[in-house]
Design a protein around this ligand. Structure first.
Ligand code: 7RM
Length: 635
C-alpha cells in the first residue's frame, strides 16, 4: 500500500497535482493496488456534467464486502472489526472480530436470498445502532441488493415516504430501540408506516429490547432463528463497478426527500482512501465516529471506509447525555479511542456542561479529532482542542455532503496546519471553484461565493433515484458544467477554504454579501452564549436586516437582556464590522434542528418573515416543541 498513505505536506501537494493533472492514472493506480477485483476496468473514467453522467472503473467486477471482510480473514481474522458499545454503560461491550462479522454477514446474506431478495432489489433498513445494523448493510451489499437506511428517529410517515419512493421489497427493523432513558417501539412505527406501503413483502425483526411486538403472519420474521439456521458461508454476488450500492435520502430546502444513489466501485475507493488519510488510521487504532448509520457519515466512516481498511470501528448505541454528559469521554477512556469524529452540535452541547466532564477521564490515547455536519464556530473549535485534545490532537474539520459520498475538503492530521473555522484544503482529486452570482469563477481571495466542484471524483452520487431531471436541476444547472454544492465559501491567501453556510442563507445587507457562519461565530464567542442562528428579514433601507436567535447558557439567563444584546453586537462589530450588527436579537431555549443536528434556518427565516403559519415540512425536525416557543417570542 505504498501509494495509499500521504505522509507530509509536500507529498500532499505532489499527489494532489497528480490527481488533478492525470486523474485516470492516479485513481487507476489507487484502485489497482489497494483493492481486490474479480476483473479490472476497461476504462477508469467517463463523464459529462451536462447530462449529467459519471462512470468510474467501468467494466470492473467486484463485491465491496469482499474488500471489507473476506480479504482481512488472512491477516486480521481475530482482530476486532466492530466494537459495540451499548446504550447503558453497565451492559458489556461486544468485540466482534472480522471472522465473526464475516460469518454473520454471510448468514444474513443467505437469509435475504431465502426471503427472495435478488440483485437490484431495494431493502429498507430501519434499525438502531446495534450490530445487526452493520450485518444488514453488508448483507445487502453482499447479495447485490440496494440498501436504503432510514434513520430510526424518523416518524412512520417519513419512513413510508422513503419506502415507497424506491419501492423497497423488505424492511429490516428491531422490536425496539434504546436511546438514553427512553425505549422506542420501532416495530410499531414500522407497522404504522407499512399501512401505506404495498411494495413490502417481508419484514425481518431483530430482538433488542424485548418489547412486545405484533407479528404479521407470512410477512414478519424474527431475524435470530433465521440466521441461526443459515450457513455461515456465502459466495458474494459479483457486481459491476457502476451497479447501485445504496440509496440515502437527504432533505432539501423544498420538496420531497431526494434519494441519492451511490454506486459500487468509485464509492468504495474514495470512502476507503479518504478514511485512511483523513484519520491517519494505523493498524492498532480504535476509531470512533459518533454519527448514526442513518446518515452518510455513518455509511462512509463507520462502515465502509473503516472496514475496507481493516480498522476497529466503534458502533455506539447511546447518546452523549446518558447516563450523564461524561459518556463520550468515558467511552474514549474505556476503549482507548485513538480517533474521535463528531459534530459541532454535540461539541457545543457538551461544552455547555463544562470542562469538568472531560477532565474526569483519561483522554490521552486520542491522536485525531474530527468534526462534520456544520461549520464549526471558533469557540467550539477551541473547547474541543483544549479540553478533549489537550492541544495535542489535530482537529480535522471535514466538509462534505451526502451527495459527495466522502470528505472533499479537509486538513490531513499532522500534515496540514489547521486554522479554526477553515476546512482548509481540497482532498486529493477534488477541484473546487468559488463562483460569483454571474457564474464567473472568483480567483481572488476573501470573497464569499458559491462552492462548486469542476471535475468528478469517484464517489459523487450518480443520480436521484427515479428523478434524474431533479438531479440535474439541483446540482448541475446553476453553474455550467460544474457540480454546485449549495454551500457558500471563501478562500484565504494560503488557499484554505472556509465554508460560510448554505447559499440560501447568504444575506445581502446594504449590498454586502454576508455568510451566516462568520456572524454566528462572532456571537458564539460571547461567554454566555451556547449557540446562535441568524437569518435575514426585509428592511426598508438596508434591503435586508439581520435577525439573530440566540441560546444562552444558564449564566446568561441570569443577566440583563439589553446588556447582553449590546455585548453581542459589540462582539460582531469587533470580529466582522458594524455592517453585520443584528437589528433584532431573540433569546430562546433552543433552536430547531434536524435529527442529524443541523440548525434549520429555513424555519427561523419564515418566523422572521412573519410567515410562521406556513412552515413547510417539519417531519425531519428533532425538537418540534421549540418551534412554538420561538414563534411566541418573535418580534
Ligand atoms: C456529511 C454531512 C451536508 C451539508 C453541507 C454543509 C454542511 C457538513 C461541514 C458543513 C461546514 C463542515 N452530509 N456541512 N460538513 N459545513 N463545515 N465541515 O453532513 O448531506 O447531511 O449535509 O452539511 O452545509 O452542504 S449532509
Amino acid at each position: 500500500m505504498s501509494n495509499y498513505h500521504i505522509k507530509h505536506l509536500e507529498e500532499y501537494f505532489q499527489v494532489y497535482n497528480k490527481s488533478v493533472n492525470d486523474p485516470e492514472t492516479f485513481w487507476g493506480e489507487i484502485a489497482e493496488e489497494n483493492f481486490i477485483w474479480h476483473k479490472k476496468w476497461d476504462r477508469v473514467l467517463s463523464w459529462d456534467f451536462t447530462k449529467p453522467e459519471v462512470k468510474w472503473f467501468e467494466g470492473a467486477k467486484l463485491n465491496i464486502t469482499e474488500n471489507c471482510l473476506d480479504r482481512h480473514l488472512i491477516t486480521r481474522a481475530e482482530k476486532t472489526a466492530i466494537l459495540f458499545e451499548p446504550n447503558h454503560p453497565s451492559e458489556k461491550a461486544q468485540h466482534i472480530t472480522y471472522r465473526i462479522l464475516y460469518e454473520q454477514v454471510c448468514r444474513m446474506a443467505n437469509v435475504l436470498k431465502d426471503q427472495g431478495i435478488q440483485k437490484g432489489d431495494r431493502v429498507c433498513i430501519y434499525l438502531p445502532m446495534i450490530p445487526e445494523m452493520v450485518y444488514s448493510v453488508l448483507a445487502c451489499a453482499r447479495v447485490g441488493a440496494v440498501h436504503s437506511v432510514v434513520f430510526a428517529g424518523f416518524s412512520a410517515t417519513a419512513l413510508s415516504t422513503r419506502i415507497n419512493d424506491c419501492e423497497c421489497k423488505m424492511v429490516i427493523t428491531s422490536d425496539g430501540s434504546y436511546r438514553g432513558k427512553k425505549t422506542i417501539d420501532l416495530k410499531g412505527i414500522v407497522d404504522e408506516a407499512l399501512k401505506d406501503c404495498t411494495c413490502v413483502d417481508s419484514v425481518l425483526v431483530a430482538k433488542r429490547t424485548n418489547t412486545k411486538v405484533n407479528i404479521v403472519d407470512g410477512r414478519d420474521h424474527w431475524l435470530a432463528p433465521l440466521m441461526n439456521n443459515a450457513s455461515a458461508l456465502h459466495n458474494a454476488e459479483i457486481m459491476d463497478a457502476e451497479d447501485p450500492l445504496f440509496i440515502l435520502y437527504t432533505s432539501g430546502s423544498t420538496g420531497s426527500p431526494k434519494g441519492m444513489l451511490h454506486t459500487t466501485a468509485g464509492y468504495m475507493v474514495y470512502s476507503s482512501y479518504t478514511f485512511k488519510n483523513v484519520f491517519n488510521y494505523q493498524e492498532n487504532d480504535v476509531y470512533w465516529c459518533t454519527a448514526d448509520v442513518g446518515w452518510i457519515t455513518g455509511h462512509s466512516y463507520i462502515i465502509y471506509g473503516p472496514l475496507a481498511n481493516g480498522a476497529t470501528t466503534i458502533v455506539f448505541e447511546g447518546v452523549p447525555s446518558y447516563p450523564d454528559y461524561g459518556r463520550f469521554w468515558e467511552v474514549i477512556e474505556k476503549h482507548k479511542v485513538t480517533q474521535f469524529y463528531t459534530a459541532p452540535t454535540a461539541i457545543r452541547a457538551l461544552a455547555k456542561e463544562g470542562s469538568e466532564f472531560p477532565e474526569k477521564y483519561d483522554l490521552s490515547t486520542l491522536k485525531v479529532l474530527g468534526t462534520v455536519g456544520e461549520p464549526i464556530n471558533e469557540e467550539a473549535w477551541h473547547w474541543y482542542d483544549d479540553h478533549v485534545g489537550h492541544n495535542n490532537s489535530p482537529i480535522v474539520d471535514t466538509y462534505w455532503q451526502t451527495e459527495n459520498g466522502g470528505i472533499i475538503v479537509t486538513p490531513l492530521p499532522y500534515i496540514t496546519p489547521t486554522k479554526p473555522t477553515f476546512a482548509t484544503l481540497p482532498f486529493i482529486g477534488i477541484q473546487p471553484a468559488i463562483m460569483d452570482a454571474n457564474g464567473t469563477e472568483l480567483k481572488c481571495n476573501q470573497v464569499n461565493g458559491s462552492l462548486c466542484v469542476k471535475f468528478p471524483w469517484p464517489s459523487i452520487a450518480r443520480t436521484i433515484w427515479g428523478n434524474h431531471q431533479r438531479y440535474k436541476d439541483t446540482y448541475f444547472t446553476t453553474f455550467e458544467n460544474k457540480y454546485f454544492t449549495g454551500d457558500g465559501a471563501l478562500r484565504d491567501e494560503s488557499g484554505y477554504y472556509r465554508i460560510t453556510g448554505r447559499v440560501d442563507d447568504v444575506i445581502i445587507v446594504s449590498g454586502h454579501n454576508l455568510g451566516t457562519a462568520p456572524i454566528e461565530d462572532a456571537i458564539n464567542e460571547h461567554p454566555d452564549v451556547v449557540e446562535s442562528a441568524i437569518v435575514g428579514y426585509p428592511h426598508d433601507i438596508k434591503g435586508n436586516a439581520l435577525y439573530g436567535y440566540v441560546t444562552l447558557k444558564d449564566s446568561g439567563k441570569l443577566r440583563d437582556e439589553e446588556t447582553l444584546r449590546k455585548e453581542i453586537n459589540q462582539s460582531i462589530t469587533e470580529h466582522i464590522g458594524p455592517i453585520a450588527k443584528l437589528n433584532k436579537i431573540q433569546f430562546s431555549d433552543g433552536l430547531p434542528k434536524t435529527r442529524s443536528g443541523k440548525i434549520m434556518r429555513r424555519i427561523l427565516r419564515k418566523i422572521a418573515h412573519k410567515e410562521s403559519d406556513n412552515l413547510g415540512d417539519l417531519s425531519t425536525l428533532l425538537n418540534p416543541e421549540v418551534v412554538q416557543s420561538v414563534i411566541d417570542n418573535a418580534f
